[in-house]
Every structure is written in C-alpha cells, then in structure tokens.
Design a protein around this ligand. Structure first.
Ligand code: BGP
Length: 484
C-alpha cells in the first residue's frame, strides 16, 4: 500500500481564526469579529458558544477591546505570514488551505469596487507560496462573511447576498486565478443548521414570523445557487481550475443492530450528505424535498434556480473529519459532544479532552462511502485533534497523542486508497495553533507548531515546533512510507 505520487500533503486554516489585524488594511466588520470567548461556559455545550443575538452584536460593536473577542487578533498571521509559510515549507507542504476574508476585499459586502489593500495582502501571500513551491487551496467562504450583510439582510436569507458573493468571487478569480487552481465554495455548507450566524449571518431574533430553521433552509438555497454560479464562473475564468464542495462528514453508526437504531442512523447519514448531493448532482434529493414538505419548511426559489444548480456542479468533494458518533432511538442513551454536534456515545472509542470520539477507521468508512456515492475525486481538508498541549520549561512540546492520532488516520487513508478511492490530498486541521471556531479558545491546540498565546491574548506569539512537526515532515518527505 502507498500514497500516489504527487499526493498533496499539507495543512488548513481559516482567515478569521489566524489573521487578526481585524481593523487593518481596510478590512470591514465580519461575523467573526463579534464571536466571544466565554470562559465560564461548558466547552462541550457548543450551542452556548455559537449563540448570538441583536443585543450581543450591538455590545460587541461598541467594544473595541479584543480580550474576549479572540478572532479579532487570531495569531497575528496578517503580520507573520512569511514566517509561518516558511515553517510550512520546512515541513515540506505541497499544499496549504487558507480562506480569503470577504471583508478584506469588500468591507461592507456591497462596494462596487474591491479594497486594494485587501487585494494586495492576498496577492503577496500567493506570491510567497509560489516562491516556496506550495500550492494554494482557497476557501471562498469560511465563517467570516460581512457583518453588515447580516445586519442589513439577515445574512443569506435574502437573495441579494448572492450577487454580493458572486462579485467577491469574480474578483478573487480575476486577481488570483494566476496563482490558484484549487477552490472550495462554502466551508462545511451543512453547518448552517448547527450555527446559522457563523455560517450564514442569520440573527435568530430577526427571523420574524419565520422559524430560524425555515430561514436556514432559505439561506442554504441561496448558498447552493451562489455556489453553482461561482463554480461555473470559475471554470470560465480560470482554465484548468477545480472547484470543490466542503462537507462536515459526521459519520454516524447505529448504537445497536436494532432495526430502529439502524433506520435512525440511515436518516442521519442521508441528511448529512444532502448538502454535497446538491452540489455534486445539481439537484435536491427527492426524499429531502419530501422531508422538508412534511416539516412544513417551504423554500422559495426563483425561476431558473434549478437550472443554475444543474449547470454549476463541483469537480471534487472535500470534507472535514474529526470524529464519529452513534445514533439510538433510546431517549436515555448517553450522549457526547462532537464537532458542533451531540451524538450518542460509542463505548468502543476513546474521546478527546473536548469529548470528540476518536475513530480512525471511521475515516476509511467515510472515504469509501463518499467515493462510492459520488465517483469524484476526494480531498480531506480538515482532520486533527484539539488538545491542551504543554510547553515544557525547555521549550519543547511532546505531543505523542497527536502523532498517534495522525498515524492511525493516515493508515486508514492508505487502506481506502488501496481499495481504489481517488484521494487528491490531505490538509490537517490545523498546522499551527489558532483560535477555535466553536469555542474561541486558543487553549484548544491543533498545530504541529505551538503558538505562545493564551485564551485572553496574553503571550509572545512565538512559534515553537512540537514533536509532531518533525514527525509530519518525515511523513511528507517519504510520501507516507515512514510513519514511525
Ligand atoms: C471545523 C471548522 C474549522 C475548525 C474545526 C475545528 O468545523 O471548519 O474552522 O475550527 O472545525 O473545530 P473547533 O475549532 O471548534 O475545535
């Protein structure tokens, strides 16, 4: 067994979780700038962490201090990107996944012309990556949309945001098409149902007589249309470009072999893949439309929307995979948190400090399921373990648990490839410690590189190589042959 020649090994980040410089370079307010670190909230209760209201947004906009708004400072990648890219190159990265913050190019989301300082910032990054021989993989929407589109239109619930997004993407394709071949439209497009504000700028108390869930499906439809429009545009503007969708792969097993548990699990897995179904097949699955109808959820579509979906299907399927869970019809089944989900606990698996159940075999199962379903190349664009790494007095970080996590996941990837799955590449989440998307913690560390910063922003921001830095370098150097 082996990884194919040219396998794209690398790492993934998001602008709002690393850049900082939230008011520099002409950047406008993004939804991430009002995300608060809640030290007293249970880190396993993601809904508390992601919740938002008109009042909390108003308070945040009146607060210029960043202490409890970690995504305003990130890890200062904005000023340190050359140092960080050099570290990624030292690990031998073939690819680096990053997002372009919409509000650096269009501060309010509605300008006619892009902000030049923002354009230049990303052009400098792509030039540096080309110099280092690292291929960009660019996410167009990664939890950082213009806050003013949220306040003015209640985010993606309003179809006018489609035009704003298409204009932003057209600018990206025109300015960066010479550097970027691989693109992703919406990060974890399915996450809109779990955290509608972060993903689509929906403020629940502004949904009026519509339920938040109805607003989510309406907003999701607008994102499907926008994704299809920009996929078609990307192919037209950048010859040889590849556009992927990006799904949170929430692999779910039946808690028992009782048929009711199996049926409930089947429903969960089909619901999870609905989002990638639309972007791969260019149409809504009939059973999903029937389910929405039974739940009284009505999506208003413009004439021509369905044709747009059909003409804008993606070239590959990318996904994040961290953990798996089980499903049971037993209301008393013990539950445990996962990636902004609450699943039934699997007694055969260990859990991370945040309760996420570690399941390398689940990654192989996911790869085989997605490849069999879509028959398109796959790309793992997020995978990793958040943990409280300890910086030793001698300046080392011994993260053997992270090496073990990756080694076991890579071994399962290799088995899936050996079974015939076409896997384009792998970007770990995240190559460098950064701000957690769901809890806004710095102390939930993912990186091969430690960043000296605490949850309240204290620290030198010094970058320190963990043991896993050297291990991953060796894996890449040998294209996965040496994982010892
Ligand atoms: C995914 C997001 C990433 C990343 C990851 C880890 O949902 O796409 O942005 O944050 O989850 O989650 P967290 O940061 O909440 O631990």
């Amino acid at each position: 067994m082996s990884f194919p020649e040219g396998f794209l090994w690398g790492g993934a980040v998001a602008a709002n979780q690393i850049e900082g410089a939230w008011r520099e370079g002409g950047k406008g307010w993004s939804v991430a700038d009002v995300a608060t670190y809640k030290p007293d909230a249970d880190v396993r209760d993601y809904k508390t962490h992601v919740s938002v209201s008109s009042d909390s947004i108003k308070r945040a906009m009146e607060e210029s201090d960043c202490t409890y708004y970690p995504k305003r400072r990130g890890i200062d990648f904005y000023h340190r990107y050359k140092e960080d890219l050099a570290l990624f190159a030292e690990m031998g990265f073939k690819v680096f996944r990053l997002s372009i913050a919409w509000t650096r190019l269009y501060p309010t989301g509605e300008e006619e012309e892009p902000n030049k300082e923002g354009l230049d910032f990303y052009e400098n990054i792509f030039k540096e990556m080309r110099r280092l021989g690292i291929e960009p993989l660019v996410t167009l929407s990664h939890y950082e949309m213009p806050l003013l589109l949220s306040l003015k239109y209640n985010g993606w619930t309003d179809g006018r945001v489609i035009d704003c997004f298409v204009r932003f993407c057209q600018t990206c394709f025109k300015h960066y098409g010479q550097y970027v071949k691989y693109w992703l439209n919406f990060n974890e497009v399915d996450s809109i149902i779990r955290h509608s504000f972060i993903t689509a700028g929906i403020i629940p108390d502004r949904c009026g007589e519509k339920s938040e869930l109805s607003c989510c499906y309406q907003a999701l439809h607008h994102q499907f249309v926008a994704a299809a429009l920009v996929t078609k545009m990307c192919h037209e503007l950048i010859s040889g470009s590849k556009m992927g969708c990006m799904l949170t792969k929430l692999m779910t097993y039946p808690r028992t072999c009782a048929p009711e548990d199996v049926a409930a699990t089947q429903k969960k897995n089909l619901e999870n893949m609905f989002y990638s179904d639309v972007m791969v097949f260019g149409e809504y699955p009939k059973m999903i439309l029937r389910d929405l109808e039974k739940r009284g959820i009505n999506i208003s579509m413009e004439p021509g929307d369905l044709e747009i979906l059909k003409e804008g299907t993606v070239d590959f399927v990318s996904f994040s995979y961290y953990m798996s869970m089980t499903e049971s019809v037993d209301p008393n089944a013990e539950r445990t948190p996962g990636n902004t989900v609450l699943g039934v606990k699997n007694p055969y698996l260990e859990s991370s400090e945040w309760g996420w159940q570690i399941d390398p075999v689940g990654l192989r199962i996911s790869l085989i399921e997605l490849y069999d379903r879509y028959k398109k190349p796959l790309f793992i664009v997020e995978n990793g373990i958040g943990s409280k790494d300890i910086l030793e007095p001698d300046g080392t970080v011994h993260d053997a648990y992270r090496i073990d996590y990756f080694r076991k996941h890579f071994q399962e990837m290799e088995k899936a490839i050996d079974d015939g799955v076409e896997l384009m590449g792998y970007t770990s989440w995240a190559p460098i410690d950064l701000i957690s998307a769901s809890t806004n913690q710095m102390s939930k560390r993912y990186g091969f590189i430690y960043v000296d910063q605490d949850d309240l922003g204290g620290g030198s921001l010094k970058r320190i190589k963990k043991d896993s830095f050297y291990w991953y370098r060796k894996v890449i150097e040998t294209n996965g042959k040496d994982m010892s």
